[in-house]
Design a protein. Structure first.
Length: 301
């Protein structure tokens, strides 16, 4: 099967390479010449524009987007649509907001095009381990792409599936990322408590490695945590700043809209926001309040 890949960054490039190794023909495009060269050096055919990409693909075309959610995806679709023909398929493998996906699916259906949303998890490890893919869209259109999903998944019948109509894939991935926020926060807090118990001089990498086998908290995320602790147990050179790419915020907003209590995910998101305030006005004001009502000492900067 031949398809076009738009976006050859770390994840998109690795996905293209995994498909290429599985025998699929890939034509890739990235606006970055350096990124195109890196993919070309690994055997991926690359072009320098969307029109050239479309021209290289057989009808009906399959174009997979691995680009940032929001304006970039919107602009790319606007440029692509006039180049496509009836029956062509676009797969959005990024982290688009599911309501944007539903809107786009309606637009493409009116133009007799297929729009499939594929919430994709696996990060930089996907090339070796395979990707977890939550797919939304028309069942017949998804089934036609089965060979692609099977080639990208950890195993043909595992790690991927059509979870519902258009938007369902991105919605499911959004909740997946919200859960990820909570799991990461719990691990981080637990290891912080262990690290602060200086009386025991605990080896945090050893503890993580013990937990990896047989423990009820074992997970791939713990495997990665153990690896990080082995390489840099003191977290030297790492700023206490945790970014977010939007899915946690969307998850919390959805929980509120659905009247679902999600305190762990919500607090994990708030902790990420808190990590960015290196000069917290709120904390300074709290110290001042304690001084005012109780005469508690205030530490000078």
């Amino acid at each position: 099967m031949k398809l076009g890949m738009v976006g050859l960054g770390r994840m998109g490039g690795n996905m293209a390479l995994r498909l290429h190794r599985a025998g699929h023909e890939i034509v890739g495009f990235s606006p970055s010449p350096g990124t195109r060269k890196a993919s070309s050096d690994q055997g991926i055919a690359v072009v320098d524009g969307l029109a050239a990409l479309v021209a290289q693909l057989p009808v009906p075309r399959i174009i997979w987007l691995m680009i940032p959610a929001g304006a970039v995806t919107e602009t790319t679709l606007t440029e692509l649509l006039p180049l496509l023909a009836t029956g062509d398929t676009i797969v959005d493998g990024g982290n688009s907001w599911y309501k944007d996906t539903q809107r786009r699916a309606i637009l493409l259906t009116e133009k007799k095009l297929h729009y499939i949303d594929c919430g994709t998890s696996g990060g930089v490890w996907g090339l070796a381990e395979g990707y977890s893919m939550m797919v939304g869209g028309d069942a017949v259109a998804v089934e036609k792409l089965r060979p692609i999903f099977e080639a990208l998944a950890p195993r043909q019948q595992q790690g991927w599936g059509r979870v519902g109509p258009a938007g369902a894939g991105h919605f499911t991935k959004m909740i997946h990322n919200g859960i990820e926020y909570g799991m990461m926060q719990a691990y981080a807090e637990g290891f912080s408590i262990l690290q602060h118990k200086t009386e025991f001089k605990l080896d945090l990498h050893q503890v993580a490695d013990i937990w990896r086998y047989g423990s009820v908290v074992r997970s791939w995320l713990l495997d990665l945590t153990a690896d990080a602790l082995e390489k840099n147990p003191e977290m030297t050179g790492i700023a206490p700043y945790v970014s977010d790419s939007g899915e946690g915020r969307w998850t919390v907003a959805e929980a509120i809209e659905l009247d679902v209590s999600a305190p762990v995910i919500t607090l994990a998101l708030l902790e990420r926001l808190r990590s960015r305030d290196s000069d917290s006005y709120a904390d300074k004001l709290l110290a001042a309040m304690r001084n005012q009502f109780g005469g508690h000492a205030v530490k000078a900067e």
